[in-house]
Design a protein around this ligand. Sequence first.
Ligand SMILES: [Zn+2]
Length: 311
Amino acid sequence: MAAAWLATLGLTGCTGMTPSGVTPDAPRAGDAAIPGEGDAGVGGLVPGSLTVSWMHGSADCTQNADPEVQVHPYNATTYIIRQNKCRTFEAPFVYLLIGSQSALSFDTGATNTQTLRDTIKGLIGTKPLLAAHSHAHGDHIASDGKFAGQPGMTVVANTVAGQQAAFAITTWPETLGHYELGGRALDVIAIPGHELTHIAIYDRQTGLLLTGDSLYPGLLFIPDWTTYRASIHRLAQFAQARPIAHVLGAHVEMSATPKVVYPYGTLYQPNEHVLQLTAAHLVELDAALIQLGPNKPAQPIPHDDFVIDPT
Ligand SMILES: [Zn+2]
């Protein structure tokens, strides 16, 4: 196992590597059967599987044989797609939610290739797609240009006004937004702080709460402390009133060992934390931010499953 320690900043990944066209991989050994759309789960939620072995880079990326993207079917109409860490150290997770009328993707990834778009196209068939973003950082919007102008595909503009228009958010960031995929309603919560256009999406059908870079098992960078604290508090209050199956963010940077983060920019995470967090993590984050108070701390604050990093 590679050594893991608290992150130090400054390294860069192999984002300049030339990707080759690769097909999405099949469910890996150990993947559970895919629950169907009509199956009722806990609290009336449609269940899904997170039994998956995510590709996690290589000690020597020249020997890495993983595909450009890994597609995991959470259920028949919900997909989680990870990009290869050897092609981008960010190795973001992209989400695809499909309704009876249309589909929504959440982020266009960290590499400017058409693989993600073609993968999504293959999963949605002829349904129209809204290519949405958690926020406007480069590792979440890199292949926007591959989606733009494609038949049936609309890309949300990377501005607050763009988020408001796409999701009918009347007053940013206080009021809830909505989106309807056909038999599948989404709530959209504006949560600026990590970045000013940041949103979270709640899928009422599955109870998945997609939190982008605002909460995930890794370094939670917080440039705007005041705004982030308010956003997380609003999000926690939203979640408290609803069934939450999983809290799913855009990256994994923690080790499976509590409080331990891989070095920033690493291309290999052999013992990484699972992707999924819970509503309890959101409560934990909110409580910690309240306790830390209005003044930005000078040092990162490690929790077992995430690190508050305002530095
Ligand atoms: Zn970000």
